[in-house]
Design a protein around this ligand. Structure first.
Ligand SMILES: O=P(O)(O)OC[C@H]1O[C@H](O[C@H]2O[C@H](CO)[C@@H](O)[C@H](O)[C@H]2O)[C@H](O)[C@@H](O)[C@@H]1O
Ligand SMILES: O=c1ccn([C@@H]2O[C@H](COP(=O)(O)OP(=O)(O)O)[C@@H](O)[C@H]2O)c(=O)[nH]1
Length: 464
């Protein structure tokens, strides 16, 4: 079996229980092949410090974790300015928030070259390399330029917008061309694949060669949707642990006379948080029976705080939540519990299970794993209802959720009311269908499908 090498900006130790489903799934694949996970260490070394750019290797079971420190300048330009300040907003359709003049592109290229250089020295000829996410789009092109011939696949965790939005990126041509250095490119949804295909044929004059293949620049690239799932068993095991059961008992007693709603995300403008709080306020105004009862626990964990757009969002959310509690709160009840802190993953299953309704209403999202975790955590005999944005990648697979347009405040509020009032039989029916698909298309299915497709590409390319 070939060795698997995973490359991503952030890496996680797959042995740690709170690492998350993705880390667990990749960890299992790496474990099986005695693989390597390569990425940024999460450490920033001040400019000029000796030892910059050195790799650190650590063994985690059969998995070799290889990490690289970044200098302050590289981190700021590659991660903050370009990946978070330009690529993230453009890929989430927010041209208004992209800082095109930040100059981060030079650092982005430099760090991709640095990753390629360090990685090349560790690669074996028959390795299979799997690169993750927008931070590392040009990595394969850099590796190819250094003579690497291994099979290399790429998975984009975030959306790919339509060509006219992509074209606002000054470097769109270079970035999209560099995808052709990969053998396989995977997207989260069919909508993303369609956007790629339109871009490839209109802007790059690529030819469709059948069987997911696109030919350009003397190379055939396979392109397919691989919607990521969660590790349902791992998540349900978390839900059955003692901590989770104790927490659930406590929540049920604290909210015995209330209806609990939950929202969980990084504080990110793509997640539609102000729109959600406004819909919740409209729910309280338009359906007064919720006064004194409906309580929304909203977790917005800190994220990318040194990027301006994130600081502005924080101020907006603090003001909105103050206004909602001020307008509707009573001496013995506050409608909104807004928490700007990270909540440990092992605590989430109890919160999800205690909540009658989950609000997952991003303006754009590659997938959204919280939607899937909420469904996995429910009691099948008395499940809660998922209110899901039609603009989350997850909506393509989760049609039995109540789908909403998060920009439409009144109808979102109406849908939340419908969720709160949904009869048991309908809740069970919807949950059963959602859970069955979640199980069939879990994170292991995702990983195996991607790696099988990547393996198959080499065979195709080698044909005379
Ligand atoms: O590394 P950060 O800048 O702190 O951001 C955290 C991660 O956020 C993004 O997640 C995406 O991937 C999820 C799993 O496929 C998907 O469900 C979600 O819709 C995406 O937003 C990002 O893509 C990761 O690279 C970041 O590490
Ligand atoms: O306080 C928090 C907030 C989020 N999460 C986890 O972070 C992940 C978020 O993934 P998602 O795909 O929903 O969005 P992303 O943040 O990757 O854009 C999920 O597994 C959540 O359970 C967490 O553990 N604690």
């Amino acid at each position: 079996m070939s060795r698997l090498v995973v490359v991503s900006n952030r890496i996680a130790d797959p042995r740690k229980t709170a690492a998350g489903g993705l880390a667990v799934a990749l960890g299992q694949a790496l474990e099986a092949s005695g693989g390597m996970w390569f990425g940024w260490s999460g450490r920033i070394v001040e400019d000029g410090t000796p030892g910059q750019g050195e790799v650190t290797q650590q063994q985690a079971g059969a998995v070799q974790l290889v990490t690289l420190d970044l200098s302050r300048e590289d981190h700021d330009s590659y991660y903050l300015n370009y990946s978070s300040g330009v690529l993230w907003p453009v890929l989430h359709y927010r041209l208004d928030l992209a800082d095109f003049d930040s100059g981060g592109i030079a650092g982005y290229r430099r760090v991709n070259q640095l990753f390629a250089q360090k990685l090349k020295a560790l690669l074996r000829p028959d390795d299979i390399v799997w690169v993750h996410d927008y931070h590392l789009i040009p990595l394969a092109a850099e590796l190819r330029a250094m003579g690497c011939e291994q099979r290399i696949g790429f998975f984009l965790h975030v959306p790919l917008p339509p060509p006219l939005i992509l074209a606002a990126l000054p470097e769109h041509d270079w970035l999209m061309r560099s995808l052709f250095a990969y053998d396989l490119v995977g997207f989260q949804s069919q909508a993303d694949v369609t956007h790629f295909e339109r871009y490839a044929s209109d802007e790059l004059q690529a030819q469709w060669v059948g069987q997911h293949g696109w030919r350009a620049f003397g190379k055939t690239l396979q392109v397919q949707a691989f919607p990521i799932g969660i590790d349902v068993d791992e998540f349900q095991a978390l839900a059955e642990g003692k901590d989770a059961r104790d927490m659930l008992t406590q929540l049920r007693s604290d909210y015995a006379r209330r209806r609990l709603l939950v929202g969980v995300e990084r504080m990110d403008y793509s997640k539609g948080l102000p729109q959600r709080l406004k819909a919740f306020r409209t729910l309280l105004q338009n359906y007064p029976e919720n006064q004194g009862s409906a309580t929304l626990i909203q977790i917005a964990s800190p994220s990318r705080e040194s990027v301006d757009a994130y600081a502005a969002l924080r101020a907006e959310l603090e003001s909105l939540s103050g206004a909602i509690n001020g307008e509707h709160g009573e001496l013995d009840w506050m409608p909104l519990r807004y928490i700007h802190r990270n909540v440990a993953r092992k605590r989430l299953p109890a919160l999800y299970r205690a909540a009658a309704v989950a609000l997952v209403t991003p303006l754009r999202d590659g997938m959204n794993l919280v939607a899937k975790e909420y469904v996995a955590a429910q009691d099948p005999d008395d499940p809660g209802v998922l209110v899901l944005s039609r603009f989350a990648g997850a909506a393509e697979q989760m049609k039995e959720a109540l789908l909403v347009n998060p920009y439409d405040t009144a109808r979102t509020a109406e849908t939340i009311q419908r969720a709160l009032q949904m009869p048991l039989a309908e809740r069970q029916q919807r949950h059963q269908a959602l859970l069955a698909r979640l199980r069939a298309q879990d994170v292991h299915w995702w990983r195996e499908r991607f790696l099988r497709a990547l393996q198959a590409t080499q065979e195709t390319e080698k044909e005379p």
